[in-house]
Design a protein around this ligand. Structure first.
Ligand code: ZN
Length: 287
């Protein structure tokens, strides 16, 4: 396993971590101040400054991307399916323009939450089938433009509103069904927040192997968790054995960034320099 204790060259910042503290331009300036080499920006942050300007800012700052957040939300009623398809193709194009190594995909939950305006349904099996269909369709497009798709399984608490792909096994079963030859264009984004509890996680990481491991996200699980979406912890403040999971991922040959992704009402209240200083310190000590 790589030694992160001496520097933070393999730390990436998911820009949602400081999204309340400034726009993408300000976040990129803050990364430069702290010697952070990579980011994973969100679509709405890119849209707010304009795609062309975002591309220039990333290039001028000499930043790399560890991913692009996010596409997916494949579940929709018939009237909204085309919108989902077109929106995902645009997301892939943006990721390509920004030089991202992959686009992170969150599957979508039930249709009424996945695509606004869709008719309500309680059929989670149908939702899961739609996710697989949507991924199959997007994979054709991803192949044309050569941009890998990273499925991020989410903790089961989000099955209704965000993602009905809830375990690493489920995500890898989809990968094996749609990309049996392991072309490198379909894999997983593993976020310790979503997978740490899973008794199958270590064998599934081994099953994934290097060519399916496209991104690695870190934060921590606080006890108690006050808000299932926006109370993620800073690494070291919770119960996740992050180093063990990183060791398993790196044992497969993953050599990319450890991307810090913290949605937290508490950390959004703190000055950006304090947040980034803490991220760097924890990256070196507990990631
Ligand atoms: Zn994540």
């Amino acid at each position: 396993m790589r030694d992160f204790s001496a520097d933070h060259r393999w730390m990436s910042l998911n820009t949602a971590t400081v999204r309340k503290q400034g726009d993408l331009a300000e976040i990129i300036e803050a990364c430069a101040r702290h010697g952070i080499r990579a980011i994973d920006p969100w679509r709405e942050q890119v849209a707010a400054v304009g795609l062309d300007r975002a591309v220039r800012m990333v290039r001028d700052a000499g930043l790399e991307l560890s991913g692009y957040c996010r596409g997916g939300m494949f579940v929709a009623d018939a009237a909204h399916r085309m919108q989902a398809r077109d929106d995902n193709r645009r997301a892939v194009d943006e990721a390509k323009a920004l030089g991202a190594p992959c686009i992170v995909l969150v599957a979508g939950g039930l249709p009424q939450y996945s695509r606004a305006g869709s008719a309500a349904s309680k059929d989670i099996a149908a939702a899961r089938a739609q996710v697989e269909d949507g991924l199959a369709e997007l994979l054709v497009y991803a192949r044309e433009v050569n941009l890998p798709l990273a499925i991020e399984p989410l903790h089961p608490a989000y099955a209704a509103d965000r993602a009905c792909v809830n375990t690493t096994k489920q995500a890898l079963d989809i990968c094996d069904a749609l990309d049996p030859k392991r072309t490198g264009l379909l894999g997983v984004a593993l976020d310790v927040y979503h997978i740490w509890w899973d008794p199958e996680v270590l064998p599934q990481i081994a099953r994934a192997g290097k060519d399916r491991l496209l991104a690695f996200h870190v934060c921590d699980w606080l006890v108690p968790t006050k808000d299932i979406l926006n109370d993620r912890g800073m690494m070291g403040d919770g119960v996740i054995d992050i180093k063990s999971i990183r060791a398993a991922v790196e044992a497969q040959g993953f050599a990319g960034y450890s991307e810090i992704e913290i949605f937290s009402n508490d950390w959004w209240e703190k000055p950006v320099d304090e947040v980034l200083r803490t991220c760097i310190e924890r990256h070196r000590s507990v990631v």
